[in-house]
Write a protein that binds this ligand. Structure first.
Ligand code: SF4
Length: 404
């Protein structure tokens, strides 16, 4: 049997088949409303460990490689669900989260809320801006793994007003206990952060949620100061690849319009001004040589930021659709390194309340991979203490100041 984190990684790498008699009635549907890497079925794996209760994973089910996966999902809402591993004749019990009722609710502009934002794990993800402008060039400058240009305006609303976003956030908070709203929008020239600011302000003031922003970096770093003044809780930067050649090859828009150095500079600028772990550097593992991925993880953790590592998914419709998914063994090495880097740099992983990200292996999921030595136990004891001490801080940050 694999432990829950190993299973999570293997599901990212191999995907899963759906049995003919499977009933997913009432489950969250397969959603393709965010940048390239999220296109699967949301499931929660019981951890069987005291470290955390469940691990969330967005399992690839529509990609070609998933059709030959040894994993087969069976079950129905009444009897529950299991994943059968045909290689070892093994069953893993899993939970399939229900689709929240608010997905079908309309905003006051008559837009279904599921076209404004979706749950990804336990947080609310909203693609805020018009489609990332890398898709508008001819030939297109989009990142080669991404499918955002095909989603915005089709599976989700092309423009979202403040009222659309606030109403969706209220519903997600009230009905799904959402504590974190993540706003992203790809590349918007020098207007992306300014566009996001009123949304950040309104969500902070009127919803009472933690707010994260993920946009391509902008050269005027005072824009980040403005976001900090508004109380933004989290900033993330999609570095994608550490090796400059892989970065230029697979992220032509980022390389040509911004340059890789700007990502590092913006990350360092924000990491120096925000609490440790409030900034993330995001990278994709399983494409560039693994040594580069490990180097990226060490760099990100060394400046006090979280390494957020996505396992590469050759998403249907992307330019990299026919690329192979990464090997499980390599990804175990990467995720173990993530936890180890966070431990070595004393990053407070898993401290914020109820934030489980299904698109990546959360750094605290990877605790299940770590060697049980003295360093592990002292870091875990420190993490428990930080979680406890941080509660009033997060309560304060999530306090609603008014409701319009
Ligand atoms: S910056 Fe790249 S990954 Fe992000 S939305 Fe644009 S094309 Fe997609």
């Amino acid at each position: 049997m694999l432990n829950a984190c190993e299973l999570e990684i293997d599901l990212f790498c191999k995907g899963m088949r759906l049995s003919d008699d499977l009933s997913l009635e009432g489950a969250r549907g397969v959603s393709r409303t965010r940048a390239g890497l999220g296109s699967g079925l949301e499931i929660a794996l019981p951890s069987q460990s005291r470290l955390k209760d469940e691990l969330w994973v967005n399992v690839p089910v529509v990609e070609t490689f998933a059709a030959t996966s040894p994993y087969l999902l069976t079950g129905n809402p009444a009897a529950g669900y299991r994943i059968f591993d045909a290689r070892f004749d093994t069953y893993y019990p899993v939970r399939i989260p229900a689709e929240p009722r608010w997905y079908a609710q309309m905003t006051s502009r008559d837009i279904p809320m599921s076209r404004v934002g979706v749950l990804q794990g336990t947080y609310l993800g909203i693609y805020l801006n018009m489609v990332c402008t890398f898709w508008n060039y001819s030939p297109a400058l989009n990142c080669r793994f991404c499918t955002t240009g095909q989603n915005v305006g089709t599976t989700e609303a092309a423009d979202k007003t403040l009222s659309d976003v606030l109403e969706t956030c209220w519903a997600a908070r009230d009905e799904s206990n959402v504590t974190f709203v993540h706003l992203n929008g790809g590349f918007q020239g020098s207007r992306g952060i300014a566009f996001a600011q009123p949304y950040v302000r309104a969500i902070k003031e009127q919803v009472g949620a933690l707010v994260g922003v993920q946009l391509a970096p902008e050269k005027d770093f005072s824009q980040y100061d403005r976001l900090l003044d508004l109380g933004v809780d989290h900033l993330s930067f999609c570095l994608e690849f550490f090796d400059p050649e892989w970065f230029a090859r697979l992220c032509p828009g980022k390389a040509r319009m911004l340059g890789q150095k700007l990502f590092f500079d913006a990350l360092e600028y924000c990491a120096a001004r925000m609490p440790r772990g409030a900034v993330s550097g995001e990278i994709i593992a399983g494409v560039e040589p693994i040594e580069k991925t490990l180097e990226a993880i060490d760099y990100i953790a060394s400046i006090g930021a979280f390494p957020t590592v996505c396992i590469f998914r050759p998403t249907v419709g992307s330019d990299m659709e026919s690329w192979p998914p990464p090997a499980f063994e390599d990804m175990v090495v990467v995720m173990r390194h993530v936890y180890d880097a966070c431990r070595r740099h004393w990053l407070p992983i898993g401290a914020a309340p109820n934030i489980e990200v299904s698109l990546v292996v959360n750094p605290d999921d990877a605790a299940l991979l770590a060697e049980r030595d003295a360093g592990f136990y002292s870091y875990e004891a420190w993490r428990r203490l930080i979680r406890f001490a941080a509660r009033p801080v997060f309560r304060h940050r999530m306090a609603t100041r008014s409701r319009g």
